[in-house]
Design a protein around this ligand. Structure first.
Ligand code: PMP
Length: 331
């Protein structure tokens, strides 16, 4: 395959049948292999969608600067898109992220500012720091673009246009349900709207991680935290950011860290899928959705990234023991 540049390879990822989840539910469960994007995650799409939209709206100058807050994958996606298009990039990240993510961002030549992990209500929160930095630069007359993945609706719209359409086409329209977890909500909001526009009978579920407030939001109407802080990264949400306001959800499932890790280790050993933490929540959510919908249904979820960035958690016996989580028998 020949292409003009690396950005042509964002999206159009394969849909892989998940053997064990399908067998135990009597459904066909598929995972969209987003770890196969050039930056290694679903967030390449968000990065490209936001930058294309900003270019169209004249918000980015030639060789201009992008500022963004990220837990890692959006930063990697943005570094790839910014480098390929000639923009500078500054990332604000909480210091609780795994070191491997920070290294990738620095090694890709982006500027990285690490801040203490604070709730959104605190002005020191990484998202609020990025917003403030962009504002200060713009006030000084330096035109800087704040990507704002949580608030910028270009995030979900790109998933509506690409991820949802690909899932519908790859299943030849025969998809009964879709589920994934929420970080910014870009994926779930985009896919929910895209699929329901094509067939309003397709069911959409939120799969929520431990310590997040979305399960309670979709079941009881108020975003209230459920369970202790999760070891997963990039997912879990406590507030209704802009990208979540348009989310079209029918049902919701809670997935704790133990269930998440158990399915991740099974997928490694039984099917050769070496997936990152959030994919465990997604696949476990798809199993719960399949059980509720009944046998014979076709359900799709997202395989967001791979396990390479999470060695310090997923394959660290001491860490797993300290969190009372299952330890794979090959460790
Ligand atoms: N999984 C991983 C590994 C992520 O980095 C993210 C994004 N933060 C998500 C899932 C959630 O995607 P979204 O922001 O579209 O809700």
């Amino acid at each position: 395959m020949m292409s003009s540049n690396v950005l042509d390879h964002i999206g159009n990822t394969p849909l892989i049948k998940l053997k064990y989840p399908s067998e135990i539910t009597g459904c066909e469960i598929y995972g969209k292999a987003e770890f196969m994007n050039p930056g290694g995650s679903i967030k390449d799409r968000t990065a490209l969608g936001i930058v294309l939209d900003a270019e169209e709206k004249g918000l980015l100058e030639t060789n201009g600067q992008i500022i963004e807050s990220s837990f890692g994958n959006t930063a990697i996606g943005l570094a790839l898109v910014a480098n390929a298009k000639g923009y500078k990039l500054k990332i604000v990240m909480p210091n609780i992220t795994v070191p491997s993510k920070r290294d990738i961002i620095r090694n890709m030549g982006a500027e990285l500012l690490l801040v203490d992990a604070k709730p959104y209500s605190d002005p020191g929160n990484y998202q609020r720091v990025a917003e403030r930095l962009a504002k200060e630069e713009n006030e000084k007359g330096n035109k800087v673009f704040w990507a704002s993945q949580f608030e910028n609706l270009a995030n979900y719209k790109f998933h509506e246009k690409t991820t949802a359409k690909e899932i519908f086409d790859q299943t030849e329209g025969q998809v009964d349900g879709f589920t994934c977890a929420i970080g910014t909500g870009g994926t779930l909001t985009g896919v929910s709207n895209g699929l329901k526009n094509l067939n309003r009978n397709i069911k959409i579920a939120c799969s929520d991680s431990q310590g997040s407030s979305m399960y309670n939001y979709f079941t009881k109407g108020t975003p209230e935290k459920k369970g202790n802080e999760s070891i997963t990264e990039g997912i879990g949400q406590a507030r209704i950011c802009n990208n979540l306001k348009y989310c079209n959800v029918d049902m919701s499932y809670y997935v704790d860290d133990k269930e998440c890790m158990e399915i991740l280790y099974k997928l490694i050993k039984n099917e050769g899928l070496f997936l990152g933490l959030s994919s465990g929540v997604n696949v476990m959510g798809a199993i719960k959705m399949a059980k509720e919908m009944g046998t014979g249904k076709k359900i799709v979820t997202i395989l967001c990234d791979d396990a390479n960035k999470y060695y310090d958690k997923m394959f660290n016996k001491k860490f797993l023991q300290s969190k009372n989580l299952p330890i794979p028998n090959w460790l």
